[in-house]
Design a binder for this molecule. Structure first.
Ligand SMILES: Cc1cc2nc3c(=O)[nH]c(=O)nc-3n(C[C@H](O)[C@H](O)[C@H](O)COP(=O)(O)OP(=O)(O)OC[C@H]3O[C@@H](n4cnc5c(N)ncnc54)[C@H](O)[C@@H]3O)c2cc1C
Length: 421
């Protein structure tokens, strides 16, 4: 379908309405029409998909559907890596972190007493997701995406082999659907793909607290603990007098150490114990799952694509997921409007592998090693204190698309094989 069909607003008209803030988020969008792209979930992955699709095909009919009203909160550390801003810049979004200062120092502490606090080569930002995500939604609407407030309950691929049509909730039809509906993705279930197993699924609680008073420059603190290793607490100053604080660990470790029922008590209690000087403001503690990329489902062929957390794209070493959500969403949006619907899944799978395949394989190797032998993290952090290039590479691996230097891959793989478990 094209924007020139009767009854269908052109992309330009939709963009004008969106940028003026005049579009009704629940506006009827001609449910009898087939959208070119229907995106389920308007977080970073979903917005990036919409922005990229409309960048490549401004006349495409793109619908962005979310169960929540924006602005909405999302349990998150709110840490935005510079790599995510690179993706946004390429998508034509330059104001996602406007008004928030950058933080270029990170302090890493390991349970074995190793510590490094060095400026990163590129600064991070800490922007509450209520603000960051709403800005992305506004940018997608300004470009012409139609925002629908609705929960996806069913996703059914039908039509013919040559002309597939995906039907959502029985009444919304699209040539291609991007499932960007987060860690508990309905789209993923509809594809018959189960959740991550507990050893590749983390859970973390986030709160807001007063930022620590320090005379030095602001820094992001990551304090690891061997209780339930690999696990860590964080404190990320926002710049408005508050810090985002939190604590996370693997579900498998939580269950093994405490049993599943104790989750809330353990997460809240450990956070309070690890950051005693930063009690969480009442009512701000909120937990959510993190599907780690150590167990990624294979993107199927066809017209239903998974991006961001729905595709288990969270870095297993750091829990960072916004950059990967933006990048995968952008690639999914491109595949959706450049490949035929029947080939969209394969095209997206290839693009994702090209961009992130090596990085994902290497982070899986490192997470396997570090998870079994905590002292490796102590050694890495100790060495990074004295070797800037190693520190920079660790940051790239944890926050971006960094890889292990070729000379070390075989040695590390052998080391992993030799470790028990
Ligand atoms: C406690 C915690 C701390 C974290 N800290 C960081 C951090 O500091 N930095 C970082 O980079 N990453 C962090 N992450 C990971 C990061 O939050 C995610 O990777 C990121 O939000 C993924 O973006 P997404 O667009 O895939 O999914 P989401 O941001 O989860 O967005 C999914 C959207 O889909 C909507 N939705 C869900 N189900 C449906 C449905 N059925 N129908 C319609 N809409 C639906 C939701 O309302 C939501 O708006 C953290 C995660 C947690 C849990």
């Amino acid at each position: 379908m094209t924007a020139s069909e009767p009854g269908v607003p052109s992309a330009a008209a939709r963009a004008a309405a969106g940028s003026a803030g005049a579009a009704d988020p629940c506006a009827p969008v001609g449910l009898s029409e087939v959208a070119d792209l229907l995106i389920l979930g308007a977080g970073p992955a979903g917005c990036a998909a919409a922005l990229r699709a409309l960048q490549l095909r401004p006349d495409a009919r793109v619908v962005l559907m979310d169960a929540a009203d924006f602005p909405r909160d999302k349990a998150c550390g709110d840490g935005i890596a510079p790599h995510g801003l690179d993706v946004l810049r390429a998508l034509g979004v330059s104001d996602a972190v406007a008004g928030y200062r950058s933080v270029d120092r990170m302090r890493l502490r390991t349970p074995g007493g190793a510590e490094v606090a060095t400026p990163c080569r590129r600064a991070n930002h800490v922007v509450p997701r209520t603000v960051f995500d709403a800005r992305l939604v506004a940018a997608a609407r300004a470009r012409g995406a139609v925002l629908l407030r609705r929960r996806a309950r069913s996703v059914v691929a039908g039509g013919s082999v040559d002309e597939p049509v995906v039907v959502v909730n029985g009444d919304l039809r699209a040539r291609v659907v991007v499932g960007a509906d987060g860690a508990n993705s309905t789209t993923r279930r509809a594809l018959g793909i189960g959740p991550n197993p507990p050893e590749a699924l983390a859970i973390a609680v986030r709160g807001y607290a007063d930022a620590p008073h320090t005379s030095g420059p602001p820094e992001q603190l990551i304090e690891m603990t061997d209780e339930g290793w690999p696990a860590y607490a964080w404190s990320f100053p926002i710049g408005d007098g508050r810090a985002n604080i939190g604590y996370g660990m693997l579900r498998s470790k939580l269950a093994a150490l405490h049993g599943d029922a104790a989750g809330r008590t353990v997460l809240h209690g450990t956070l309070a114990r690890m950051l005693p000087d930063q009690p969480a403001h009442p009512g701000t503690l909120r937990a959510h799952h993190l599907p780690l990329s150590t167990w990624r489902p294979r993107q199927p062929d066809g017209p239903v694509l998974l991006a961001g957390d729905a595709a288990s794209l969270i870095n297993p070493l750091t829990g960072e997921g916004i950059y990967y959500a933006l990048l995968s969403g952008s690639l999914a949006g491109a595949a959706a409007v450049t490949a035929t619907p029947a080939r969209a899944g394969a095209a997206y799978r290839k693009a994702l592998d090209r961009e992130l395949g090596r990085h994902l394989r290497h982070t899986a190797l490192l997470a396997g090693l570090a998870g079994r032998r905590r002292t490796l993290m102590d050694s890495a952090v100790r060495a990074a204190r004295h070797r800037t290039e190693l520190y920079d590479n660790l940051v790239e691996i944890g926050l971006g698309r960094g890889t292990i230097p070729t000379a070390s891959v075989a040695r590390l793989a052998l080391r992993k094989l030799a470790l028990p478990g």
